[in-house]
Design a protein around this ligand. Structure first.
Ligand SMILES: *[C@@H]1O[C@H](CO)[C@@H](O)[C@H](O)[C@H]1NC(C)=O
Ligand SMILES: *[C@@H]1O[C@H](CO)[C@@H](O)[C@H](O)[C@H]1NC(C)=O
Ligand SMILES: *[C@@H]1O[C@H](CO)[C@@H](O)[C@H](O)[C@H]1NC(C)=O
Ligand SMILES: *[C@@H]1O[C@H](CO)[C@@H](O)[C@H](O)[C@H]1NC(C)=O
Ligand SMILES: *[C@@H]1O[C@H](CO)[C@@H](O)[C@H](O)[C@H]1NC(C)=O
Ligand SMILES: *[C@@H]1O[C@H](CO)[C@@H](O)[C@H](O)[C@H]1NC(C)=O
Ligand SMILES: *[C@@H]1O[C@H](CO)[C@@H](O)[C@H](O)[C@H]1NC(C)=O
Ligand SMILES: *[C@@H]1O[C@H](CO)[C@@H](O)[C@H](O)[C@H]1NC(C)=O
Ligand SMILES: *[C@@H]1O[C@H](CO)[C@@H](O)[C@H](O)[C@H]1NC(C)=O
Ligand SMILES: *[C@@H]1O[C@H](CO)[C@@H](O)[C@H](O)[C@H]1NC(C)=O
Ligand SMILES: *[C@@H]1O[C@H](CO)[C@@H](O)[C@H](O)[C@H]1NC(C)=O
Ligand SMILES: *[C@@H]1O[C@H](CO)[C@@H](O)[C@H](O)[C@H]1NC(C)=O
Ligand SMILES: [Zn+2]
Length: 711
């Protein structure tokens, strides 16, 4: 799983979440035809010092291809294939890390059987295939142990009822349908993928009294790269294979990630288990392909308000239907979803190089589990990068180098069900991490296309962009640009805000600086078959990243960034930028409040940000004069610790897990972030008492961060 970066930091969060946050990259705001130019402040070729050169030159696209091949030719869905976890640890050991496995005993469920049919008013019936066609051209798709199409943590059950199309299934979509007079109670929801995290679509359906949910992929998410536009479908071309299905978890990600049976504590063999009904659905759901969806949509044509009448962004897709809500009287879906509950072991591989200062720790992670046998992009492009990163540090270790800070590599299991491997590990090691963690660097999908994407907490922005200038980035035939040049041309230099959707979440919400790097496709690139059986080595080497050159560049970037945050005598954070960003978010919030015609006194927040600014400026002065080991140790401790202050004990309203007062995934978006979430969401909900409480709480948290930072 992978979040989509927010490229529009100033977007009006409260009203725009429905439109500005696509689930995957097809619709992001990248200009498909940017003018690619070298930025003035960037040297080409990049200038590297001796250690940087050893690290960067150690990267080899042929090795990356080998690692990718390994990860993508055996089943490794969450809780399976301990051999692959051990293999990862073994490689890291070979390269000089001390590596082993951390195991947790977690609740997961696996598909047993499913079916979906429609009975029409005229008495005829039609059955959906629910299958991704095996392709002889791509042998992995024909493996007999291929994973069925299903939703992780979905509810076992049957449902038979008329059905209603609910767009992307956000709360506002349901409100719109009800306002148009369509009754939802007792019906099945037919929702489109994209926008909010899929679990929230099911949650919203359930909360509206619906008894099942079917979620389909729409080719509208494929920009122009469609068969309708003359492109051949995979495996013959870059368009989406019509049978491709997006698997994925339906846990309520924005409420609680991690093992839903062990909230707040690690999942051990004998851990007490709680009920999961607050964070996983109680109605069955199934994912389907666009090919299976089209007849379902067509059967609603002429019934209920048409898509044109509904008139909402992202309502009407590109299938041959009017996207009417229905229901069509007498036309009913019958669906069955049978899952097997299991409490089972998962394995994180953890590798360590001790630094000279063991109270300063840099953590770098990627998940290993995939919904399907391949997983060439999600997540194993990142896994291949992590092996090559370990190899690069191995080359440096051979020169006698030792990092100042301890470096910890993590290969997480069970990210896909709800960030289990990382969340349980963080819960397990929280005292140590709270004391020692400097930052967490995440790579999930290292590449599913050529466009680099960066999201991060504010203090790490500057070093994160500086390191982009040190990497040559092969891009659409250009060989004379750095990663920075390409990224800047595409994004105008905007770094995304972290919401959720990958393993940085548990770190960030315990007050640990975090960053997420990867690359994806834009509207003119081959369609990435997200969470589909076609996310394979063959797709990657043919369409996604032929030559594994983007793998290499993203890997070099992550390695150089890791090197600097682990090695620079003073942690390379720019704390003033937190003040800059918080002020921008505050301006957004003021606009939200004004548009809601609400009165909320934001001055406590403003004054807290001002205190933060004062502390940040004072610390920067101190950094300028720090020369003794003791002075350097002192400023490093402040740089490491200040962001713990942003954590509000007790968490955000209705979601204790999410504690960061400056950013969180939107409660009804899951992936996309909301800034000042406690206040913003209370304003959105019209609860001004709660909004004022959260102004106070958020301001206090910022004051605590400022106090930790103050010299
Ligand atoms: C585990 O993954 C490896 C590497 O992809 C594969 O060779 C092996 O068959 C997998 N094991 C099982 C039991 O599927
Ligand atoms: C019954 O209605 C469905 C949906 O409109 C249609 O596809 C099917 O061809 C019809 N069957 C018969 C026998 O008319
Ligand atoms: C997509 O196609 C439309 C119409 O064919 C065209 O106007 C648009 O520029 C195309 N977009 C891209 C990114 O190529
Ligand atoms: C759709 O909504 C927009 C703005 O909300 C409005 O300007 C437009 O007239 C509406 N279109 C229809 C067909 O109702
Ligand atoms: C769309 O469906 C209608 C009838 O449902 C059919 O007549 C038409 O040919 C279809 N269009 C395409 C492009 O398949
Ligand atoms: C649910 O539907 C399946 C398939 O139609 C059937 O085998 C199963 O018995 C049903 N279960 C219940 C509890 O009705
Ligand atoms: C790293 O340090 C830890 C604790 O300080 C120690 O247990 C471990 O053996 C060290 N590892 C190596 C490879 O030196
Ligand atoms: C960079 O490469 C592009 C495309 O190959 C070429 O058009 C351009 O002139 C080159 N720029 C420089 C500064 O070498
Ligand atoms: C590695 O990249 C080069 C181009 O830089 C390419 O010629 C070569 O085929 C690639 N190797 C592999 C194994 O993909
Ligand atoms: C905090 O400082 C930044 C510059 O470092 C400035 O942009 C911002 O406006 C300041 N915020 C407040 C509330 O003073
Ligand atoms: C706020 O007030 C304006 C002007 O009175 C009105 O047009 C608008 O609909 C109101 N907005 C909300 C969210 O109540
Ligand atoms: C506002 O939120 C508080 C705290 O969650 C809650 O007790 C109160 O009932 C809410 N008020 C309204 C009007 O929803
Ligand atoms: Zn992923």
């Amino acid at each position: 799983m992978k979040s989509t970066p927010t490229l529009s930091l100033l977007a009006f969060q409260a009203s725009c979440v429905a439109t500005f946050q696509p689930e995957h990259l097809r619709e992001t705001v990248f200009d498909p035809y940017p003018v690619l130019a070298r930025r003035q402040d960037v040297a080409f070729p990049p200038v590297l010092d001796q250690n940087e050169a050893i690290l960067a030159n150690s990267f080899d696209n042929a090795s990356l291809e080998t690692w990718s091949y390994y990860y993508t030719h055996g089943l490794h869905i969450a809780g399976t294939n301990m051999t692959m976890a051990q293999w990862t640890a073994d490689r890291w050991n070979e390269f000089g890390f001390m590596a082993g496995l951390a195991s947790y005993y977690t609740y997961l469920n696996y598909p047993v059987s499913h079916s979906l049919s429609v009975s029409f008013a005229n008495g005829s019936t039609w059955s959906a295939s629910l299958q991704e066609e095996p392709l002889v051209e791509d042998e992995v798709t024909t493996y007999p142990n291929s994973v069925p199409t299903f939703h992780g943590y979905s509810f076992s059950g049957n449902a038979t009822a008329e059905y209603v199309y609910v767009g992307r299934g956000q709360q506002v979509d349901f409100e719109r349908v009800k306002a148009l007079g369509v009754s939802l109670e007792g019906k099945i929801a037919l929702a489109r993928y994209g926008g909010p995290f899929r679990g929230l679509k099911v949650k919203n359906a359930q909360e509206n009294g619906m008894i099942g949910a079917v979620i389909f992929t729409d080719t509208a998410d494929d920009a122009n790269i469609t068969e309708a536009n003359g492109y051949a479908a995979y495996p013959y071309g870059p368009a989406r294979n019509p049978t491709s299905v997006q698997r994925g978890s339906v846990q309520y990600l924005s409420t609680y990630p991690g093992d839903p049976t062990t909230p707040g504590y690690p999942s051990r063999f004998d851990s007490p288990r709680t009920d999961t009904s607050d964070v996983t659905p109680r109605i069955p759901s199934l994912p389907i392909s666009w090919k299976d969806a089209q007849p379902l949509l067509q059967a609603l044509d002429g019934y209920g308000p048409s898509g044109e009448t509904v008139n909402r962004t992202n309502w009407v897709g590109k299938l041959n239907a009017t996207y009417s809500t229905g229901p069509a009287p007498g036309t009913a879906i019958s669906l069955s979803n049978v899952m097997r509950d299991d409490i089972t072991w998962i394995w994180d591989a953890i590798g360590i190089i001790n630094g000279t200062h063991e109270d300063e720790v840099v953590v770098v992670g990627n998940h290993r589990d995939a919904w399907i046998i391949g997983g060439a992009a999600d997540p194993n492009s990142g896994s291949a990068v992590m092996i090559e990163l370990a190899k690069a540090f191995g080359a440096l270790l051979k020169t006698g180098w030792k990092p100042r800070r301890t470096i910890v590599l993590c290969s997480w299991d069970s990210e896909e069900y709800g960030l289990l491997g990382s969340t349980e590990w963080v819960e397990d090691y929280i005292p140590w991490l709270t004391t020692a963690a400097v930052t967490y660097l995440n790579v999930d999908v290292a590449t599913s296309g050529p466009n680099p994407e960066l999201s991060a907490s504010p203090e790490i922005h500057e070093i994160a962009t500086e390191m982009m200038k040190k990497v040559v980035y092969p891009y659409r035939g250009y060989n004379n640009l750095t990663l920075y040049d390409v990224w800047y041309s595409l994004t105008e230099g905007e770094i995304g805000v972290l919401g959720s959707g990958s393993d940085y979440t548990a770190f960030l919400h315990n007050g640990i600086s975090s960053l997420d790097i990867g690359a994806g496709g834009g509207p003119t690139d081959p369609v990435y078959h997200y969470h589909s059986n076609y996310d394979t080595f063959h797709w990657m080497s043919t369409f996604g990243d032929p030559g594994f050159v983007t793998h290499k560049a993203i890997g070099q970037y992550l390695t150089l960034l890791t090197y600097h945050v682990a090695t620079d005598p003073i942690i390379p954070f720019k704390v003033e930028n937190y003040g800059v960003q918080m002020t921008l978010y505050l301006e957004d919030l003021a606009e939200d409040v004004a548009s809601a015609n609400a009165t909320v006194d934001l001055s406590p927040l403003e004054s807290a940000v001002t205190s933060f600014n004062t502390s940040a400026a004072a610390l920067t002065q101190l950094i300028g004069s720090a020369s003794t080991e003791e002075e350097i140790g002192l400023v490093n401790a402040k740089l490491r610790d200040f962001s713990r202050g942003f954590v509000s004990q007790g968490g955000l309203p209705t979601r204790e897990f999410y504690k960061h007062v400056v950013f969180a995934p939107g409660l009804d978006t899951g992936y996309a972030p909301t800034t000042w979430p406690g206040v913003t969401e209370a304003v959105e909900a019209g609860n001004l008492t709660l909004a004022n409480t959260w102004v106070q709480k958020s301001a206090r948290a910022v004051e605590v961060a400022a106090a930790i930072l103050a010299p």
